[in-house]
Design a protein around this ligand. Structure first.
Ligand code: GDP
Ligand code: CA
Length: 320
């Protein structure tokens, strides 16, 4: 069985840990969001790709959900001694090594997809990890003050430094319209038996991947099951509600499912708290199932992944 997953960072990485156990014999391809990528101190940092790679490869800081375990911060302290900026993005010493090597390989002319493959040789994540595109795409956030003045910041500055407290007037994936899917991406979608959306951010993770020309149409042609990242009106972990507000979508499982719509997803898993979504006319044409969706631990996450696979298989059979 070939399963392809569109992935952001922490939410996706946890889900994928469960999916590997729920479908141990499946060939899993992960198409990772690169809209969060940023150049810091001359180094290319790919937070979502690294979160997936470290999590599945056993190198993640499990409490945090991102960054390396057993991390130290000597380089950061030295940068601080120079008053080097930005000072709001945490990079540990072990993590720096990843970004140094990535930047070296990119500078030598290798595309991000090839570089990611090199990094994964060490981590052996047990899935094929592909960036959505080898072309640079950066999510930017437009902020507007009371006087209507607009400023634009990189998504990471809004999310990490500003904690998404200033409302976003607009969120744009700069470069996406000109980007080309990375080698293997469209084949991994077209050749998949099932496509899954983990409980990733619908705007800046899944939404950004879908903004790369060709990907949305390829996904729409398949049997797709998504897992709601919203439970009982809350984004569970993080501030996804601030991103949904920027695109005018309510923070609810039903609204996110309706935002994807029956043209894109066939099945939608919601938490038991949100089971009323099954009768929501906005979700007509989408098979909705309710089950506990809090990814508390690996067994709970495996059960969620198994439910996603089972529903996708059931819907794929129905369509055949
Ligand atoms: P990021 O790139 O690190 O923000 O990670 P993702 O985009 O992959 O996923 C982040 C989203 O996962 C958050 O916005 C939450 O809505 C969702 N999420 C986090 N933990 C859980 C959980 O335990 N259950 C569910 N259903 N969603 C979760
Ligand atoms: Ca992310």
């Amino acid at each position: 069985m070939r399963i392809t997953v569109l992935a952001g960072g922490v939410g996706a990485a946890r889900f994928l840990g469960g999916l590997k156990r729920a479908a141990p014999d499946a060939e899993i391809t992960v198409i990772g969001n690169t809209g969060d990528d940023i150049t810091l101190f001359g180094l290319r940092v790919c937070p979502d790709l690294d979160t997936v790679m470290y999590t599945l490869g056993g190198g993640i800081n499990t409490e945090q959900g991102w960054g390396r375990a057993d991390e130290s911060f000597t380089i950061r302290a030295e940068l601080d001694a120079y008053d080097a900026s930005p000072d709001w993005f945490t990079l540990g010493d072990r993590d720096f090594a990843t970004h140094i090597l990535r930047s070296q390989l990119l500078a030598s002319g290798q595309p991000l997809s090839a570089v990611t493959e090199v990094l994964c040789r060490r981590w052996q994540p047990g899935v094929r990890l592909l960036p959505m595109s080898d072309d640079p795409v950066e999510t930017h956030v437009v902020l507007s003050d009371e006087a209507g003045r607009r400023t634009v910041v990189h998504f990471q500055e809004w999310w990490v430094r500003m904690r998404a407290e200033t409302p976003a007037a607009e969120i744009t994936a700069v470069g996406a319209a000109q980007a080309v899917p990375a080698p293997g991406v469209l084949d991994a979608i077209g050749g998949a038996d099932l496509l899954l959306f983990p409980p990733s951010n619908p705007v800046v993770s899944i939404g950004t991947i879908l903004a790369v020309p060709g990907i949305r149409a390829a996904v729409a042609a398949k049997t797709v099951v998504g897992v709601s990242p919203i439970i009982g009106g809350s984004p569970v972990r993080g501030m996804a509600d601030a991103c949904l507000a920027a695109i005018g979508v309510a923070t609810s499982a039903a609204a996110v499912g309706a935002h994807y719509g029956p043209g894109l997803i066939n099945g939608w898993l919601v938490d038991e708290q949100d089971k009323a979504a099954a009768d929501d006319p906005a979700l007509a044409g989408i098979e909705v199932r309710a089950l506990p969706l809090y990814m508390r631990d690996l067994p709970a996450t495996t059960a969620i992944a198994r439910a996603a696979v089972d529903l996708a298989l059931e819907l794929a059979r129905g369509q055949a």
